[in-house]
Design a protein around this ligand. Structure first.
Ligand code: PLP
Length: 423
């Protein structure tokens, strides 16, 4: 690019961005946001606003897995906190931005994961990004072993630390072993992975990873964002369910998915948490979460733990959606987790199917396109909640079956014979 003084010189800068946007429009993965207004207490019902018109729809793609954003106890805790403390936190954690809700939330999270201490961030993304950057930067010559499907926040945190990184094949302990072969035990190492991969919906082989880490002297950083609140006897995530939480050095989680609000955290030893608290720029130089968010998430963690029926209803619904999809002959990735991806494999088609479902059937699943998933694996990602009724489920599967017949012709035969067999 060159800046020509005789012209409107600013346009040469803008054309860079316009061209990049045009490229992704041509490729079909430009992002259009649907304006969705959820109705408190009536989830999954929501209002969809488009072109001056409003329709009621059912949401089927939210990460508010347990509908905790709509939980009346959580909503009251937030309202009370606003009444008591006001709306904002007023500063960074160091400069007047630490309230009793922040302190209690961190104590609760540490207890949840059985760790000495925890640290809350404004999002799970910034927890990963900031914690990994600071921790890895402090460990000279640390080799990072990173699962190939790790989330952008993990990748960015590792990248910013400038430490050497080797990517191992997704959820493949044998490949991880092969990568580690010949690397001296005394070289510092960290394995970075997720417990539930939300786009593939699969579980990490945590027990094997823990064994490998032990054998090779590696720390483990585990992102439990899609597992915390859902799995394990105390809802602490997959590491708890697998009985290996005490072997994981740093656990990352979010307060925005199963716990329904916003914010993220890490839980670890006293020294690691104190270090991140004292050295991580992404923690130090930002305003702390609003007190109402800290109060609401604290209440949400307590409620999920005290009311196991919320999780039972959730898992029953996941099972029901899967069995209805099977009956309808709609293929989906099933690795046993709560997320149900249906692969479409083409970005424009994925958007068409999503638009059709929304416009014609008033059910909403967002198309998941590149860069969230690799090109050619575009998908819709179904997330049942405890709030979906049996009727909602039937309506949704029926709508998806019609979309499948209309847009995925090579599957039509298969589906019609399945439907025939059901009659
Ligand atoms: N880690 C993983 C695996 C995620 O999928 C996400 C987000 O969606 C995050 C971290 C970031 O969490 P948050 O939404 O709290 O920023």
């Amino acid at each position: 690019m060159s800046v020509n003084k005789s012209h409107n010189w600013k346009s040469s800068y803008h054309s860079i961005f316009d061209q990049k946007l045009q490229d992704i429009k041509n490729e079909g993965h430009y992002r259009y946001f649907n304006e969705i207004e959820r109705k408190a207490g009536q989830y999954p019902k929501a209002l969809h606003h488009k072109d001056g018109k409003t329709k009621e729809i059912d949401v089927w793609c939210s990460n508010d897995y347990l509908s905790m954003s709509q939980n009346t106890e959580v909503m009251s805790a937030m309202k009370n906190a606003v009444d008591q403390l006001g709306a904002g936190s007023g500063g960074t954690r160091n400069i007047s931005g630490t309230t009793r809700f922040h302190v209690e939330l961190e104590e609760k999270i540490a207890k949840l994961h059985g760790k000495e201490r925890a640290l809350a961030f404004n999002s799970g993304y910034s927890a990963n990004d900031s914690a990994l950057t600071s921790i890895l930067s402090a460990i000279d010559n640390c080799l990072v072993l990173s699962d190939e499907l790790n989330h952008a926040s993990l990748i960015e945190g590792i990248r910013a630390s400038k430490r050497e990184k080797v990517i191992y094949k997704h959820n493949d302990p044998e490949h991880l072993k092969a990568v580690l072969k010949g690397i001296p035990f005394n070289r510092p190492k960290m394995i970075v992975l997720e417990s539930v991969y939300s786009m593939e919906a699969d579980f990490a082989p945590l027990k094997e990873i823990v064994e490998i880490a032990h054998e090779h002297g590696a720390l483990i950083y585990l992102d439990e964002v899609h597992a915390v609140g859902l799995y394990g006897p105390n809802a602490a995530g997959l590491a708890e369910q697998e009985g290996v939480a005490d072997q994981i050095d740093i656990i990352n989680g979010t307060l925005a998915k199963a716990f329904g609000l916003a914010g993220g955290y890490i839980a670890s030893s006293n020294s690691i948490i104190d270090f991140v608290r004292s050295f991580s720029k992404g923690f130090i130089f930002t305003t702390s979460m609003c007190p109402a968010v800290a109060a609401g998430t604290l209440k949400s963690v307590q409620t999920v733990q005290n009311q196991p029926e919320i999780r039972s209803r959730f898992f029953e619904n996941v099972k029901l959606v899967k069995s209805e999809l099977e009956k309808a002959g709609i293929p989906f990735l099933d690795s046993g987790s709560h997320i149900i991806p249906v692969i479409i494999g083409e970005s424009k088609l994925c958007r068409k199917i999503s638009d059709y479902l929304l416009e014609e059937h008033q059910v909403y699943v967002q198309p998941i396109n590149f860069p969230t998933v690799p090109k050619g694996t575009e998908r819709i990602r179904i997330t049942p909640t405890p709030s979906h009724s049996k009727e909602d489920i039937k309506k949704f599967v029926n709508a998806l079956t019609q979309a499948w017949v209309k847009f995925m012709p090579k599957h039509e035969q298969f589906i019609s014979s399945n439907l025939q067999a059901k009659k």
